[in-house]
Design a protein around this ligand. Structure first.
Ligand code: DGP
Length: 113
């Protein structure tokens, strides 16, 4: 297993401001928030990005999308948010464990940088 900061968060070795956890996914506030609400959704199964999905992972990813929608409601931002997964270094991925950014709480520009 590579030296993965999110694996350490999942293992409880590094603290985080957690908003949700179940047996498949954990969600916590980003340490460098880019919006008033910036929460990361991370699968407990280690996969580098969407490009590393294997047969059967559709169930996990579908579950994660359901959790995102539920947490958007719980966080009070269900009326407007952006969900982003940076896939690869050129897209801005800096942590090599698949994760989705939920961004909300301000007007978000399009296209992103
Ligand atoms: P990305 O650049 O798409 O791979 O997103 C990685 C995000 O992870 C970035 O927005 C900053 C966040 N991050 C990095 N290290 C930590 C950490 O130790 N704790 C928390 N909560 N977030 C972190």
């Amino acid at each position: 297993m590579p030296d993965c900061i999110f694996c350490k968060i999942i293992a409880g070795e590094i603290p985080c401001n957690k908003v949700y956890e179940d047996e498949h996914v954990v969600a916590f506030h980003d340490i460098q928030p880019q919006a008033p609400v910036h929460v990361l959704f991370v699968p407990k199964k280690h996969m580098v990005s969407l490009q590393a999905m294997e047969a059967g992972d559709e169930v996990l990813l579908g579950h994660m999308m359901k959790v995102v929608a539920q947490q958007a409601q719980a966080l009070g931002v269900s009326q407007g948010y952006r969900l982003v997964s940076n896939c690869g270094a050129s897209a801005g991925q800096s942590v090599d464990l698949l994760h989705f950014h939920l961004l909300a709480g301000r007007n978000l520009q399009w296209p992103p940088g």
